[in-house]
Structure formats: structure tokens, C-alpha cells
Design a protein around this ligand. Structure first.
Ligand code: AQP
Length: 339
């Protein structure tokens, strides 16, 4: 039995767990803007504040970071008229569906989530229960909108696959075709931007040192300094992509250049092959400043008007609830709840 037809709907979110990085920009936000402009999709973008508190957040920092993420989205081209833009805690359907889906998800599935292992490290007994369970909330974020596509960086692929497993088990257990099989959209040369000091780790908002990441609000001097000090290697740039094999730091810097210029890595190497880091790093820094400065200027302007940002998120939340509440209500009904 087909229980629902699915329009092409995009959902994605960012945690306000610190200042946004170039990884969030290239791996997520840039793609979101492209999908917003595609008339084939309805786009829903969320500041996933309830995910942020899976690790300790100082309340004032959470407030500031929530507005910063919204400002970054708008400054990068997310138009709150074209897309639904809101913060998660304003739409209770996320938490309610999150609970229902955590009763569908299996503990064994959660045990396989690599991000939990990375974040908890050896400390699995002391981290919050929320950090362990959050992939079920993420599944609810996506499925509350019957989202068909989720543009994410490569680090989130496993969570979208888990969402499909949860949707499939729900549909099977209740004998319905209610939740869609959501597709991750992971494209472009910079789908996994790496830490500037260690090419084996991804660039994160909450990494230990500020020198390992480019923040979207960094000024030109900070960007130049961070790329200058970024780890590279003793060799010059190769002319072909194969020459980046086993050179993670070199590959990362070239991929960032490609992501910022929307070219592919081979094309960048055709231009810079044979050049040394003394030439490439300043060119990369200049490019990053050129691309990020207009976005960060607009972010600062928006952050000076927090009431306006809050009003935009509140309006977006009303529209979001209009989509999510009927889907949640039908989920309760399918499961046999008396409401
Ligand atoms: N380094 C990255 N490269 C490419 N994409 C990335 N994303 C994050 N880092 C990179 C993408 O940004 C979106 C939002 O991610 P998030 O901030 O909600 O969660 P995260 O992936 O856990 O990000 P961080 O920066 O690592 O946060 P902290 O340090 O607080 O845990 C996602 O689409 C993600 O793929």
C-alpha cells in the first residue's frame, strides 16, 4: 500500500556548536544554495540546536552560535522566502518523532556509528546519552519532512544510511510505505575538508586549536596566517591528481582551492602543477579571502540585528511545523496511538 507520495524535498542542518568553518561552507552550505535555486526541490534548512547540546554548551555561546549559523546561511545565499529556514527547538515534531524512531532503531546500529566512536573516544561511559542516540533524532529531522535528498559532507553519509535503515524498518514493521528512502547528496571536490594541521582528521568547529580550521568569520590576516602555517610537504604540486596519492595535506589544500573556485582538482593541478607551496599557499589565501569576505561582512551585519534573525527563524519554524506536524500525526496514527 502506498501511504504517501513524495515531492522532491531537501532537508539539511548545521549544529550551532561553535563558529562555522570552511568545511561547513564548502561541504554543506554552498550546495544548499545550489539546491535552493533548482526548481525541482523544496528546500528546508535547519539550525539543529538540539544536536548541539549532546556535548556541553555554555548557554550564552549556544544563543550566539544559533544566530551565527542562521546568519551564515543567509549571508551565503539561503533566502528565507525561497527556503524554509528555522531552528530545530521551535518545532517540537523533531523531538517527538525522534523518540518514536529511537524505538525503531536498534542498539547494534548505533554501536556502528563511527562519529560516536570518534567523539566519545575512550570516554564512552561519561559522554551524554544524547551523543549516543542523536542519529535517531537526525533521522527524525529528515523524516519529519519526508525529505528525499540530504546534501551533506562525507562525514555524515553513515547517518543518512542509518536514516534509510530506520525508515525501512518502520515501513516493514507497520506494513506501510510511509517514509521515503532518503538519498544523501555528496558532491564536489571539498566534500571532506581536512584539518589544516593534520590531514587525517576532518576540519571541525570544536577542534582543539584555532590554527587547524578556517572560521567563516576569520579576517584576511588570520586566513593568510593559517594557510601559511598549514601543514604541507616538501614536494612541489603534481600536475595530475594521481600525484596527490598519500599526500593528505597537499590533497586537502588543492581540494579547498578547487571547492572555492568550483573547478575540479585536475583543473587546479593543470594550472599549479610544478609550483611550490610558496606560490600556492598565498594564492589559496587570497582566493579564500576573496570568497569569504563578502559572506563574513554580511554575517556581521546580520548579527548586529539579532531580533531580525530571530524573527526570520520564528517565521521559518511556522512553515516547517506546517509540513512536519501532519507527518508526525500520521506516524502516531500508524503506530496506534490514541490522541
Ligand atoms: N570538514 C568538513 N568537510 C565537509 N563538510 C563538513 N561538514 C562539517 N564539517 C565538514 C558538513 O557540515 C554540515 C553540518 O555539520 P555539523 O556542524 O552539523 O556537524 P559536524 O559534521 O559534526 O561538524 P563539526 O564542525 O565537526 O562540529 P563539531 O566539531 O561541533 O562536532 C554537515 O553536512 C557536515 O557534513
Amino acid at each position: 500500500m502506498i501511504d504517501q507520495t513524495f515531492p522532491q524535498r531537501v532537508f539539511s542542518g548545521i549544529k550551532p556548536s561553535g563558529g562555522l568553518t570552511l568545511g561547513n561552507y564548502l561541504g554543506a552550505i554552498k550546495r544548499w544554495v545550489e539546491m535552493q535555486e533548482d526548481p525541482g526541490y523544496e528546500t528546508v534548512y535547519c539550525v539543529v540546536d538540539m544536536h548541539a547540546v549532546t556535548v556541553w554548551q555554555d548557554p550564552a555561546d549556544l544563543t550566539r552560535a544559533t544566530r551565527e549559523v542562521a546568519a551564515a546561511m543567509i549571508a551565503s545565499g539561503i533566502d528565507p522566502e525561497k527556503s524554509i529556514l528555522f531552528n530545530q527547538c521551535r518545532v517540537p515534531a523533531h523531538a517527538e518523532l525522534g523518540w518514536l524512531l529511537s524505538c525503531v532503531a536498534r542498539v547494534g546500529w548505533m554501536n556502528r556509528m563511527t562519529q560516536f566512536k570518534d567523539k566519545a573516544g575512550k570516554n564512552t561511559e561519561k559522554v551524554s546519552l544524547g551523543l549516543y542516540a542523536y542519529p535517531a533524532l537526525m533521522a527524525a529531522d529528515i523524516l519529519a519532512y519526508h525529505a528525499t535528498h540530504v546534501p551533506v559532507g562525507e562525514d555524515q553519509k553513515q547517518h543518512v544510511e542509518l536514516t534509510r535503515d530506520i525508515a525501512s524498518k518502520f515501513n516493514h514493521d507497520y506494513g506501510v510505505e510511509f517514509f521515503p528512502m532518503t538519498e544523501p547528496v555528496i558532491e564536489g571536490p571539498a566534500m571532506r575538508v581536512m584539518n589544516l594541521r593534520d590531514g587525517s582528521k576532518k576540519m571541525s568547529k570544536s577542534g582543539d586549536s584555532d590554527m587547524e580550521r578556517i572560521n567563516m568569520l576569520d579576517d584576511a590576516d588570520a586566513i593568510a596566517k593559517k594557510f601559511k602555517k598549514a601543514r604541507s610537504d616538501a614536494e612541489e604540486l603534481p600536475s595530475e591528481v594521481a600525484g596527490l596519492k598519500d599526500r593528505p595535506e597537499a590533497k586537502n589544500l588543492v581540494d579547498i582551492y578547487a571547492g572555492l573556485t568550483e573547478r575540479d582538482t585536475a583543473d587546479v593541478l593543470a594550472e599549479f602543477g610544478g609550483a611550490g607551496w610558496g606560490k600556492f599557499k598565498p594564492a589559496l589565501a587570497d582566493l579564500a579571502v576573496e570568497k569569504l569576505a563578502p559572506v563574513s561582512d554580511e554575517m556581521r551585519r546580520l548579527l548586529d540585528a539579532p531580533d531580525e534573525l530571530d524573527a526570520i527563524m520564528a517565521r521559518g519554524a511556522e512553515r516547517a511545523a506546517g509540513v512536519a506536524e501532519p507527518i508526525l500525526a500520521r506516524t502516531f496514527e500508524i503506530m496506534g496511538f490514541v490522541r
